[in-house]
Design a protein around this ligand. Structure first.
Ligand code: OFO
Length: 162
């Protein structure tokens, strides 16, 4: 049986992951409006990955005999004005998620919940990859600046994401 504190924290994390999915879906639409369909594709794949993250926490909570309590998903931010700002927002959001995962790890340790601690190791590794991917795209966008040709090259590259 899972403790109430862990149950509550995992329910909050399900909401965080669903918000991540919602944010990237909103961002995908922003790029589609500009006909940057490679960026759109990359974010749409990311949207699905975030749904999978939410699903992992959801299934884990059920497996441990916890109660899933879904909460309202807030409206995603849309305040970016160009591709670089959008991907800086991705990077900042992923850093926020890494912080949330680290807090969950601390809680699992203090509750002596070894199963939750073990389950979270996958997310620790995943966050290294998530931040690195966003960081790489931000760096490329910084490199090309306002050059449309450079932007189109990145767009073609992002269209290759599996
Ligand atoms: Fe982007 O890793 Fe989940 O939220």
């Amino acid at each position: 049986m899972i403790s109430k504190k862990i149950e509550e924290a995992i329910n909050k994390q399900i909401n965080e992951e669903l918000y991540s999915a919602y944010l990237y879906l909103s961002m995908a639409a922003y790029f589609a409006e500009q006909n940057l369909m490679g960026f759109h594709h990359w974010l749409f794949v990311q949207f699905h990955e975030e749904l999978e993250h939410a699903e992992k926490f959801y299934k884990y909570l059920i497996e441990r005999g916890g109660q899933v309590k879904l909460q309202a998903i807030k409206e995603p931010d849309r305040s970016w004005n160009n591709p670089r700002q959008a991907f800086e927002a991705v990077l900042n959001h992923e850093r926020h998620i890494t912080g949330r995962i680290n807090e969950l790890v601390d809680l699992a340790e203090s509750e002596k919940d070894r199963a939750t601690f073990a389950m979270l190791q996958w997310f620790i590794n995943e966050q290294v990859e998530e931040e690195a991917n966003a960081q790489e795209i931000v760096a490329k966008l910084e490199m090309v600046g306002d050059h449309k040709q450079g932007l189109l090259m990145i767009d073609r590259e992002l269209a290759q994401r599996k």
